[in-house]
Design a protein around this ligand. Sequence first.
Ligand code: PMV
Length: 331
Amino acid sequence: MKQGKATAVASPNMALVKYWGKRNDKLILPYNSSLSMTLGGFATKTTVEFGDYNNDTIIINDEQLKKDEKDIVGHLERIRHMAGIKEKAKVVSESNFPISSGLASSASGLAALTLAATRAAGLTMNERELTILTRLGSGSACRSICEGFVIWHKGERNNGSDSYAETVAKKNHWKDFTMITAVISEAKKKIGSRAGMAQSVATCPFYKNWIKSSEEDLSIIKKGILEKNFTAVGSCAENNCLKMHSVMMTTKPPLIYWLPATLDIIRNVIIWRDEGLESYFTIDAGQHVNVICLDRDAKKMERSLQEISDVTKTTISKPGDGAKIVNDNLF
Ligand code: PMV
């Protein structure tokens, strides 16, 4: 094979309707469809080269990963198989946001890796095919392939060919829609989403209700985005997050991701809202809180969040671009 090299950038995403639980663990097929916003301003850039290397070498933010980096190597293996090539790869990846920023760097990382590696391997894939391939590497990362507001369709087929992501509204559709991530410092490591959601599917007595209710939330939020109805989108996203955390808390053993400061922000957001500063919160499988507000309130909201003790960092983001090929290689 002629040596192939390509570079891609992708952004993290934050779900407004969450994904929590798989109907197929191997193909990463979810029980419910989910909907997210791709976070503009934050990006992971990844260069992949297939060539005369003895092993796959992976360097993330200047640090070389150990050979047993199963997820990334497994994903490269999948792409080599599709392209019919055997060459090992060198992968160099850099994010413009720290891992401790409370944003899921794995989503932007997997999306950028998929786009760069398929291009470097000589594969030509459309956006839908790319989201399906990214999903096999890491579920929620498939939403980071697409721009703006994005649905990941759960699909019905057993082979996963209809479980893909697509844009419902482009980034410029709703420039006022703002998300502020408040990072809360933590001492202990949390249980990862992969293991956590499998426990919820197996043991939470409310799991079926969560699925039914999330499908209803998806229609409300999709309609709200198209109509730019902030109250409808914000209140439903907040409620969806609380339902996911109720499922987590009633899993056996319980999954409690919140810290005292998480609850502090939740209570404050409700107070600020009652006082007229319209805002809502959403939280993934961790302690950090994402506050949703309109652009005109973002700076005030950010200052208020910074005053809460244990909030170590805040970042403001807007709807952003999907994954893209760029020309400036990292090596
Ligand atoms: O794709 P994973 O395994 O990182 O799971 C993501 C789960 C949540 O972040 C909690 C929800 C979501 O839809 O992003």
